[in-house]
Design a protein around this ligand. Structure first.
Ligand code: NDP
Length: 451
């Protein structure tokens, strides 16, 4: 490779660091992707000539706005709202909204960047975006959440639309929040359109959307297991988080004959050696989705369960791990502990839950490692199917959507697997997913000129 081409990736990474010095999560995500693209750049000098890496790491548009609202005591509160419209070369921007006190520009830019490649892998025509607010829904009344969502959407509605940008849920944004956001959009714009996904069934939602990310992460794991003639049957699994993704991961693992023994939240982890069966999962769903309580209550309700305050699940012995809470929740030491205890598969339900040093540990130890942008793409894939149903004014059956989800997860696995083989990095799903996701977007950018 010529000197110019071989120094292209490091030079671009250096520029990104200089331009965005305080954006640690964004830099982490950009580095992870760009470092795997060198062999592609070597074969495609046109990406260098047209400065595709510089362009793909710069959002097309960043929107940041004030969100004022009144709490139940009548006091004025002010939060910050964001929407990152990262890349629209293969379709309208698409990606979730996150409401969490940790939300900042760096976290949303990392998520939007990942989303571009993930959406490309789904085989659907959707670009990448992400948004949210530092608003914390925890401990707020329904009325406070509604007033916040209405204020947030009053500004956001100027920038989104069914053919422009279609947000969905993420951490802290579930069915309740999507309802309030949709209601306010409809009221201001006076139009009933598929501007958000994750809607309820009565007003344009898709069957299987709530299940899609968790189910998809397990389907991706099944595809990885199949490369070793294995299945989920009898596998002991650890799961982190206890929200949307974690809940439906447990449900699907159970349906496929595996056993999940942990769940967690930001306060601690429960370890249930007997397994979280259907009845116990129903308790978790009520606890988390209706009463909005803490996972600790699980250990108080069921016998033989250990609660580990302030701990993550990664010291528990398992065959497969499903990190489904948040970014950087598996450190190098956590990865070592998982490997030492016999874990041989990790399917990332969350976005970037494993730190780069942890990924290295998994790869060195031949762990089947499904990175988030491939393994958790089921959520956005069914969001894409929700958009398709809205556009056709139709509803598909549960079986139809689930079958399409399974087909998409298989297609994502095949693309990542094949790209890794083609570029001489067999079984490296990180490189494979990055390369396959990138090529489609990069070629579309070339086709559309300098925009
Ligand atoms: P939820 O809000 O439903 O649940 C999040 C869970 O993770 C909660 O149990 C929460 O605990 C825990 N959590 C959040 N932040 C932290 C933290 N900093 N430390 C420890 N635990 C934490 O979110 P989702 O299940 O929707 O999302 C989980 C992950 O999956 C995120 O990374 C998200 O980006 C990703 N994802 C989600 C998709 C979706 O369709 N929903 C699609 C693709 C990816 P607590 O209640 O204590 O905060």
């Amino acid at each position: 490779m010529s000197y110019v081409l071989s120094s292209y990736v490091p030079n671009v990474l250096e520029q990104i660091k200089m331009r965005n010095p305080d954006e640690m999560e964004f830099l982490q995500a950009a580095q992870e992707v760009l470092e795997t693209l060198s062999p592609v750049i070597e074969q495609h000098p046109e990406y260098h000539e047209q400065k595709i890496l510089e362009r793909i790491t710069e959002p097309e548009r960043v929107i940041m706005f004030r969100v004022p609202w009144i709490d139940d005591k009548g006091e004025v509160q002010v939060n910050r709202g964001y929407r990152i419209e990262m890349n629209s070369s293969i379709g309208p921007y698409k990606g979730g909204l996150r409401f969490h006190p940790s939300v900042n520009l760096s976290i949303l830019k990392f998520l939007a960047f990942e989303q571009v490649f993930k959406n490309s892998l789904t085989t659907l025509p959707i670009g990448g975006g992400k948004g949210g607010s530092d608003f914390d829904p925890k401990g707020k009344s329904d009325n406070e959440v509604m007033r916040f969502c209405q204020s947030f959407m009053t500004e956001l509605c100027k920038y989104i639309g069914p053919n422009t940008d279609v947000p969905a849920g993420d951490i802290g944004v579930g069915g309740r929040e999507i309802g309030y956001l949709f209601g306010q959009y409809k009221r201001i714009r006076n139009e009933f359109t598929g501007v958000l996904t994750g809607k309820a069934l009565n007003w344009g939602g898709s069957l299987i959307r709530p299940e899609a990310t968790g189910y998809g992460a397990v389907y991706f794991a099944q595809n990885m297991l199949a490369t070793r003639d294995d299945s989920m049957q009898g596998k002991v699994c650890t799961v982190s988080g206890s929200g949307n993704v974690a809940q439906y991961t447990v449900e699907k693992v159970n349906l496929l004959g595996g056993k999940c023994v942990t769940l967690s939240d930001s306060a601690g982890t429960i370890y249930d050696p007997d397994g979280i069966d259907e009845e116990k999962l129903a308790f978790v769903m009520e606890l988390k989705n209706v009463r909005r309580g803490r996972i600790k209550e699980y250990a108080e309700k069921f016998s033989g369960v250990q609660y580990m305050e302030g701990k993550r699940p990664w010291d528990i012995k398992c065959d497969c791990a499903y990190p489904s809470a948040t970014q950087n929740e598996i450190s190098k030491a956590d990865a070592q502990s998982l490997v030492k205890n016999g874990c041989f598969l990790v399917s990332e339900g969350a976005n970037m839950p494993t730190e780069p040093e942890g990924v290295e540990v998994f790869q060195k130890n031949n762990v089947l490692f499904g990175p988030g942008k491939a393994a958790n793409a089921g959520g956005v894939a069914v969001s894409g199917l929700e958009m398709a149903q809205n556009a056709q004014h139709t509803n598909w059956t549960r079986e139809e959507v689930d079958q399409r989800l399974q087909d998409i997860m298989e297609a994502i696995h095949t693309q990542a697997f094949n790209a890794a083989e083609e570029y001489n990095m067999p079984n490296n799903y990180v490189a494979g997913a990055n390369i396959a996701g990138f090529i489609k977007v990069a070629n579309s950018m070339l086709d559309q000129g300098l925009v």
